[in-house]
Design a protein. Sequence first.
Length: 258
Amino acid sequence: MVNLVPVIGVGFLLGARHATDPDHVIAVSTIVSRQQKIRHAGLIGALWGVGHTITIFFVGVGIILFNLTIPPRIGLAMETSVGLMLIFLGVLNLTGVMEWITHRFTPSHLQPEEITKVLHRQGRKTDLPQKGHKLDGPLQSVLERLGLYQLLRPLAVGLVHGLAGSAAVALLVLTTIHDPRWALVYLLIFGVGTIVGMMLITIIIGVPFVYTSRRFSPFHRSLSFVSGVVSVAFGLFITLQNSVLDGLFAAYPHWTPR
């Protein structure tokens, strides 16, 4: 137990460092580039970390408890999915579709009648408000400020990113901690570190986007454009590396969990 305490502490620090991986930072940059509040950027980072932790934990459970072996082709496919997702997010940013979707599904940009329809679809009854009047209640407040789409998007991106690194993290834990119960605790602590680390990173990234969106619109558009280009370029790099160099579609693919 005494020896495990520093190992668990290291797990938290490694989780926070894991959040700084280039593909992680690039992915959240494309998302927070459209945010106008710092706290919303921090929430996006935290949700990304939650999705990432969920995938790593469940894949880790399969590897640690059930001796699950991931075939090289499946491993490469999981990592390639991250590259394709980065390309997709980058294209959405470059074409302006990301901004359109954000405005379309953020309730603060909806008319009261549209907000009422959203609430009705969720099984909540509400009187139709007059224009210019805000809805009351916690659910209405969340819908007005951020919206369900804004919450689910970073969670889904985090789930996909967890696929790429889950095998490497779980195998590293197995070589360090031989007790399966403590190994799973380590994965959870690692995940908490990732959540905290990504939340801090998205806040830092979000500051220039939020500041420029309010004062320097042309420069803000330039930052968003650069984030989209970097996302597409890095996504293409990951996709080509896995599919061509590592042989995703070859007869004998080569995959090293990392």
